[in-house]
Ligand binder design. Structure first.
Ligand code: NAD
Ligand code: LMR
Length: 328
């Protein structure tokens, strides 16, 4: 039986409550792989996590070989020789807050965690950042993780892709599997560009079926604001859907998916992305190496929307440099 050591921060939070089960049931690392799970949260939350561990014990999870609980002050133990890190723990966006408001609260968390990954995790560790603002938190973490290649850090935008494919499927009155070639560009924020211009329905361009200007004025803002709409309706941010997307993203990374999926990685210049930011684009693996799938064309309107999101990421980068979480 194979074995994988996995750390999950924010273990007492609402996303973790769902994600832990996907990890423990084999949906992420495979049904032939045992999981050594390290749960991390702030000290006040650790008693609650003991209750969660009781639930895990009561669930007869045959692939869960061990579970341990760690405070955020014990990252030397939590991250020791891990193969995969889910960085979910963060201060969540509350109603009325924009993601950039979170930069200051979360900068220190991700600097500390990046340093600890560099110091204690396996050099091959793969890291998925979910905690918002996830692109810039990911940038901070990878910048402080000595000896770990920056292309082993990812920020989650698959939830946005899932949201976008559902809405297009609904508009076209087809099952969601009939929507393909739909990817998210830029930031996981209200500037993201869900690229309907290359999307296809039953292998036909979406723009040959739906009105393009309607897509620009209704579909794009709906996806950009979907996270905020969930917060408004639920009173707290998306959790089950975020956990489902995190599990699926990690599975695609771990299994080196040859089919492209939306995820944010450090810029390689594809799609004119500026250096030094973590940007979403279609991503896939070939010959054991991850790369941006760079074969889509964008018209001037799409390019302008993508550029707007890059500009926001550059501003976030400037803000965290000013706060001292990143070097120039
Ligand atoms: P939550 O508030 O329910 O849980 C967050 C947990 O993180 C809490 O238990 C908190 O104590 C813990 N935490 C805080 N600081 C920590 C630290 N330094 N180390 C370890 N744990 C720490 O939040 P949630 O709903 O689970 O969401 C978690 C994050 O994911 C938020 O930032 C949210 O905005 C983000 N999110 C991202 C996406 C995405 O698509 N990228 C989607 C949904 C939510
Ligand atoms: C989401 O997209 O649901 C999360 O990132 C929460 C948010 O702040 O929008």
């Amino acid at each position: 039986m194979k074995k994988v050591s996995v750390a999950l921060t924010g273990a007492g939070g609402q996303i973790a409550y769902h994600l832990i089960y996907s990890i423990s049931k084999g949906e992420v690392f495979g049904f032939d792989t045992q999981v050594d799970l390290r749960l991390v949260d702030i000290p006040e939350v650790l008693p609650k996590i003991e209750g969660l561990v009781m639930e895990l014990e009561d669930s007869r999870l045959t692939l869960l070989s061990s579970v341990s609980i760690h405070s955020d002050q014990q990252l030397d133990q939590a991250f020791q020789s891990i193969d995969f890190a889910f960085l979910v723990g963060a201060f969540p966006r509350l109603a009325g807050m924009e993601r950039k408001d979170l930069l200051e609260k979360n900068g220190l968390i991700f600097k500390t965690q990046g340093e600890a990954l560099g110091a204690y995790a396996k050099p091959s560790v793969q890291t998925l950042v979910v905690g918002n603002p996830c692109n810039t938190n990911c940038l901070i973490a990878l910048s402080h993780a000595k000896n770990i290649p920056s292309n082993q850090f990812y920020a989650m935008t698959l939830l946005d892709e899932f949201r976008a494919s559902y809405q297009l499927a609904k508009m076209c009155q087809v099952p969601v599997v009939d929507i393909t070639d739909l990817y998210i560009y830029g930031n996981h924020s209200a500037t993201q560009f869900p690229d309907f211009t290359n999307a296809r329905v039953k292998d036909q361009p979406i723009i040959s079926v739906l009105d393009q200007s309607g897509l620009e004025t209704t579909f794009v803002p709906m996806i950009q604001q979907r996270g905020a709409a969930v917060i408004k309706a639920r009173g707290s941010s998306s959790a089950a859907s975020a956990a489902r997307s995190a599990a699926e993203t990690a599975h695609k990374i771990w299994s080196q998916s040859s089919t492209p999926f939306s995820v944010a990685v450090v810029s390689s210049g594809c799609y004119d992305a500026p250096d030094g930011i973590v940007v979403s684009a279609p991503y896939y693996f070939k010959d054991g190496k991850g790369r941006v799938y760079d074969r889509f064309d964008h018209d001037a309107t799409a390019k302008a929307m993508i550029e707007k999101s890059y500009q926001e990421l550059l501003q976030e980068r400037e803000a965290v440099i000013a706060l001292g979480f990143l070097d120039e």
